[in-house]
Design a protein. Sequence first.
Length: 290
Amino acid sequence: MTSPQELADRLGATGYLADEDLATVTFLSREMQRPLLLEGAPGTGKTALAEALAELEGVPLIRLQCYEGIDASQALYDWDFPRQILHLRTLETLTTKGEILPDEAERSLFDERFLLERPVLRALRHSPAVLLIDEIDRADDEFEAFLLEVLSSWTVSIPELGTISARVPPTVVLTSNRTRELHDALKRRCLYHWIDHPGLEREVAIVRSRIPDVTQALVAQVVGAVQHLRALDLVKPPGVAETLDWVAALQRLGAQELDLQVAARTLGAVIKYREDADRVRDALDRVLAR
């Protein structure tokens, strides 16, 4: 791809509509072989961008879901201990008979066939690929430091096998919902972009690209309602993902318009907290009247 506009067009062909700023920073991250760090509220399309990049490039999407307590072994590699134990029992017989030396037996325990590739190692060994490091803000400082080292050198060291380097650096997308601040060192390694909720016209276009067989009138009603819901004081304002779910739910019910009755029945597609549901039901008639 030769320009951000071409990248935006190709992303659009997958159903992902990127604005000019997002297309530009994504284009630069690919050209400069730098990880792309995306922050923003849940449901704004951060993870979907990585999925769209994998689709347009025709490469695997390798996903590392971060969570509290995740460590390097869960991201990098591990050994298949049950198979190693079975192998060890066979070796015990052979070493007793003198058919294999103890040193050879020990080395064979850490053969490639017993290696369990976790997402980061898999992305380095099988690139080109898109490596999605999802919700990095859920991990701790030590895991960030580990990632920084890998993303700086595109290599990992396995004591039993040696150093493994990526032939081609993978396309790396990190996402954060900003539940905590990430360290400056990691941010410096990445190109950064904040994804906000789209405006009304862009959100209508996004829904139409993902669910093209829904009427323009229904999409406009739903998107307009969601835009107003985001202005309420909600625990979790709905994102684009919830807009798509709401439209899909209405489509399944055969609804032709978003009236008060059908909106109240399908709120579970767009509102995910009880407190929010109570607040929205009280304001639903005003939201739909706008």
